[in-house]
Design a protein. Structure first.
Length: 363
């Protein structure tokens, strides 16, 4: 089975269920749990991909001091006493429930600081491939992460080339901001690993990811990886940022939800600022995995709530046909008790029904 899993990892799903896409998204869901709970959730809650298989958290999780970024590495073993089939580097998306106000602001910077771009430092000088400053700042944070005195890069290099591991594949995955960062983390890892003679195949898989860079970067990214699925809900506004801002203004017209004036003005301001600075963005043109979205019935109807729901990992999991991982409200070790309870209840409703009757507490 391990060889067949290995081969299946490197190509689009051929059956009715994308088992790898579901597994990657489940790992992304776990990334939003309390860091102390993540190893246990990976080890005990992740469903095996085959009989006798098991998951293990093998590095991290590591969270930045301001709580803005989090990464962990999980490995999948196809059976007892077998080497790992693959390892997955999982990058958390934006989480507004972190206690550090600066961490919330830092995530906003990484998400929205897209007016200025620069070339990734591992590419040749003068490369036309450009990436948002905010995205590269998040990558720089992650490059400095260390768990047990071992950096992410050193751990991945050691894990992939360890003789007893027999050349496992490497997966990089993330949701939202985590997906955007994944699209620069994966090529950075590929370039850095090549310098130390590690050439194991890498599969980046992103969910709900905004664009990281311009068209030249998107071309570089898809030419670097033979298989790099981009999962996106067709009714999620995040994947339209920052390459197709115009489409956001009419995205929910079919749901009878016109864009609010304030949101429309913000889009215009952002588009104008990028035009002034000459910044442009483009999604990858291959390996797309669109998930046809449907409007949520919300009472009261609200454009912002519709956008939040369409972007949620629970919605993506429903569209993939998988089962969400229950990470719990995780409010005891974090502050903002009411916000944590509200989010947990909202997650439960997403999993249980397509048509939601929501009354959100005031955030």
């Amino acid at each position: 089975m391990s060889q067949r899993l290995n081969e299946a990892l490197l190509q689009p799903a051929t059956g009715p269920t994308d088992i790898f896409g579901v597994a990657y998204l489940q790992l992304c869901q776990i990334s939003y749990a309390l860091p102390s709970a993540i190893p246990g959730l990976v080890n005990t809650k992740m469903p095996p991909l085959s009989a006798g298989g098991r998951w293990a958290c093998v590095w991290g999780p590591v969270e930045s001091d301001d709580l803005a970024n989090l990464v962990f590495v999980a490995a999948y073993y196809d059976g007892p006493n077998l080497p790992p089939t693959f390892a997955a580097v999982v990058t958390r998306g934006a989480d507004a429930d972190v206690d550090d106000v600066w961490g919330v602001l830092q995530q906003a910077f990484e998400d929205f600081y897209v007016i200025f771009q620069r070339s990734p430092p591992w590419l040749p000088f003068g490369s036309p491939a450009l990436v948002a400053d905010g995205t590269l700042f998040a990558l720089e944070n992650i490059q400095g992460f260390s768990s047990g005195g071992v950096s992410l890069l050193d751990f991945v290099a050691s894990f992939l080339q360890a003789p007893e591991n027999q050349n496992p594949l490497l997966v990089c995955t993330g949701h939202s901001l985590g997906g955007c960062v994944t699209s620069v983390l994966a090529p950075w890892l590929q370039s850095s690993l090549a310098l130390v003679g590690v050439s194991n195949p890498i599969v980046p898989a992103t969910f709900a990811a905004p664009t990281a860079g311009n068209a030249a970067f998107a071309d570089y990214y898809t030419s670097t990886f033979s298989y790099c699925p981009r999962y996106y809900n067709t009714l999620d506004i995040a994947p339209l940022a920052w390459g197709n801002l115009d489409a956001i203004s009419t995205l929910y017209d079919g749901c009878n939800l016109p864009i609010p004036d304030a949101a429309c003005l913000l889009l215009v301001a952002w588009a104008n600022a990028m035009w002034v600075e000459g910044a442009s963005y483009s999604q990858q043109q291959s390996n797309d995995a669109p998930l046809p979205g449907t409007c949520f019935e919300l009472y009261p109807a609200d454009w912002h709530t519709q956008a939040f729901m369409q972007h949620h990992t629970g919605t993506y999991m429903r569209l993939l046909g998988g089962a969400s991982i229950d990470i719990g409200p995780s409010m005891l070790a974090r502050g903002r008790r009411q916000r944590r309870i509200s989010r947990y209840r909202l997650q439960s409703q997403i999993r249980s029904s397509e048509n939601l009757l929501l009354k959100l507490t005031k955030r």
